[in-house]
Design a protein around this ligand. Structure first.
Ligand code: SF4
Length: 192
C-alpha cells in the first residue's frame, strides 16, 4: 500500500503528541519500500538523522548498510523498511522516555499495519524491549527468532553499540546471516 504509507507520513509530519516534537529539526518517519516484508526498528533518531530526516545515517548507518549488503539487502531495494520507536530526536541522544515511546508507538503500529511484515528486526535493546520482551538482553538473546502474531521477531545489536564495541561485530554478522536463513525459510529471497 504505497499511497497509504505516504499518507501516513504526511499525517505524522505535524505530530506534536510528545515534547520531542518541539525540539526536532526534522521528523524521521522511516525509509524503504512500502511493500517491504522485513522491517528494521531502532530506538530513535540521533543528530545526523535529525538533520537529514532519515533513519540510520552517519557512521552507524554506514555500518548498518554494510551488514545489509553482506546479505544482499539495501535500503533502496524492495525488501526492507527502516523505522524507529520514536520519530523525533531525544535531546543529547538520550534514551526515549517511556511516555515518549508510548506517544509515538501508534505511528509505528500503523506502519506495521500497512507493511504487514513477515520479519521485524529490532536494532538494539530499546527496540527489542519495546517490541519483543521488556526483559530482553541483547548480549544473551541476540539472533534468536521468535514468532508473535504471525511475525518473526529478532533482536540484534544497535550499530552505534557495535561502533563502541567492535568485539560484538562477529556476533552481529551471525545475526544477519540468521536473518538471511529466515528469509530463505519464508521464501523472501526472490525479487528485487
Ligand atoms: S516523537 Fe513521535 S509522538 Fe513525539 S512528536 Fe515526534 S512523532 Fe509525535
Amino acid at each position: 500500500m504505497p499511497d497509504a504509507m505516504a499518507l501516513l507520513h504526511a499525517q505524522c509530519s505535524s505530530c506534536q503528541n510528545c515534547p520531542l516534537g518541539k525540539t526536532r529539526t526534522n521528523l524521521v518517519f522511516g525509509v524503504g519500500s512500502p511493500t517491504a516484508k522485513i522491517l528494521f526498528v531502532g530506538e530513535g533518531p540521533g543528530e545526523q538523522e535529525d538533520l537529514q530526516g532519515e533513519p540510520f545515517v552517519g557512521k552507524s548507518g554506514q555500518l548498518l548498510d554494510k551488514y545489509l549488503s553482506l546479505i544482499d539487502l539495501d535500503r533502496s531495494g524492495s525488501k526492507i523498511y527502516i523505522a524507529n520507536i520514536v520519530k523525533c530526536r531525544p535531546p543529547h541522544n538520550r534514551d526515549p522516555q517511556l511516555e515518549e515511546s508510548e506517544a509515538c508507538m501508534p505511528w509505528l503500529r500503523k506502519q506495521v499495519r500497512i507493511l504487514r511484515p513477515r520479519i521485524i528486526v529490532c536494532l538494539g535493546r530499546i527496540a527489542a524491549q519495546r517490541l519483543m520482551d521488556p526483559d530482553f538482553r541483547v548480549t544473551r538473546e541476540h539472533g534468536q527468532f521468535r514468532e508473535k502474531g504471525g511475525i518473526w521477531f529478532m533482536g540484534t545489536f544497535h550499530p552505534a553499540a557495535l561502533l563502541r564495541n567492535a568485539a560484538q561485530k562477529k556476533d552481529a554478522l551471525a545475526d544477519f546471516q540468521a536473518l538471511r536463513d529466515k528469509m530463505a525459510q519464508l521464501n523472501l529471497l526472490d525479487g528485487g
